[in-house]
Ligand binder design. Structure first.
Ligand code: BMA
Length: 329
């Protein structure tokens, strides 16, 4: 596996929390004021998910705040009944959080909230589209003068296959120019649903995106992470999409829990030595840490999946490399 999982995983689980929290997962992550800061989904058995901040000086030992985020700003249209999967983007001197915002009677939308200090949060109201949408991830820079995000408009049926899209905005409220960026690949690890994951990292070869892919087996879903590279000036153009996943569930804490066989990513932090660290949700129950070298992740984008490509597409794709560990297929 390309990502190395930290031997002391999980780095954060429900037992660290002061109340009846049973599940802590899928955090947004950022470095802020010399700390690693996670904004995690936190849930009891009975209540909807809330956002709970945990902080760490060393990136390994995390201390949760005494309470979940207080004064989370409600949308003008009415209260949310569930919020989850925040992605945190630092842009123009502030932090923008994009997350799944569910409300009674209107399905799920992308919620957008801004903060400068992770204490006071202000809502950026979103133009109503009449369609479900989540897995939104804001790029860390404007591109050609516009904000850019991944998102995933979708129907009401959770089981429907879903594509990963890209859209644009001038004000972070109205999103336009939505285009399908990538579709699931038959027969591969990302055959059923795909969605944005980490805030993309600018590299000399393009935007590196770590996304999630869902495979449907006769015993349920498997959530894995994969990589792709997008053009720096036109991120709707895919330069390369890795054929194999870079992280997948193979440890007990990822295979057993609220939802088994899930590794889910909402962040990727590039360190000064070229290491990328991710804090990923495991089995919708706890949080693992994994690291990889940026160069290796870029190389993985160019590596194909020859067996699947020959079988499902009738020929190998151009970026295939024969020397894959095919046992993981
Ligand atoms: C997705 C999201 C994630 C979750 C995953 C696996 O649809 O809801 O929050 O981790 O399913 O249950």
């Amino acid at each position: 596996m390309l990502f190395q999982k930290f031997a002391g995983n999980p780095v954060l689980g429900p037992e660290a929390f002061p109340s009846d929290i049973m599940y802590v997962f899928n955090p947004g992550a950022i470095r802020c004021n010399g700390e690693y800061l996670l904004v995690a989904d936190a849930a009891t058995a009975a209540t909807p998910i809330v956002f709970w901040i945990a902080r760490s000086r060393d990136g390994i030992h995390f201390t949760p705040d005494p309470e979940p985020i207080a004064d989370w700003p409600a949308p003008a249209a009415g209260p949310e009944n569930c919020i989850y999967d925040p992605r945190i983007t630092f842009i123009d001197g502030e932090y923008i959080l994009m997350y799944a915002s569910q409300a009674e009677g209107r399905g799920v939308r992308t919620g957008v909230v801004r903060t400068k200090d992770f204490r006071r949060f202000t809502r950026i109201e979103q133009a109503e589209t009449g369609r479900n949408n989540r897995n939104s991830v804001l790029f860390p820079e404007k591109i050609n003068g516009r904000y850019v995000r991944f998102d995933r408009p979708m129907g009401d049926d959770e089981l429907e296959p879903s594509d990963m899209c890209i859209s644009y905005s001038d004000d972070l409220s109205n999103w336009y120019g939505s285009k399908v960026l990538m579709t699931p690949r038959p027969g591969c690890w990302d055959s059923h649903k795909i969605g944005g994951g980490a805030v993309p990292i600018r590299t000399s070869e393009g935007w590196l995106e770590i996304y999630h892919g869902v495979d449907l087996t006769c015993n349920g879903y498997i959530y894995r992470l994969g990589v792709m590279l997008l053009d720096l000036d036109d991120p709707s153009r895919i330069i390369a999409r890795g054929g194999m996943p870079v992280l997948w569930p193979d440890r007990p804490y990822e295979m057993q829990g609220r939802v088994p066989n899930v590794t889910f990513g909402c962040n990727a932090l590039l360190e000064s030595d070229g290491t990328v660290r991710i804090y990923y949700g495991a089995a919708d129950t706890c949080i693992g840490l994994a690291t990889a070298k940026l160069d290796d992740l870029i190389a993985a984008c160019h590596r194909g999946n020859p067996v699947a490509e020959t079988f499902f597409f009738g020929k190998k794709q151009e970026n295939s490399i024969e020397t894959l560990e095919l046992a993981t297929l």
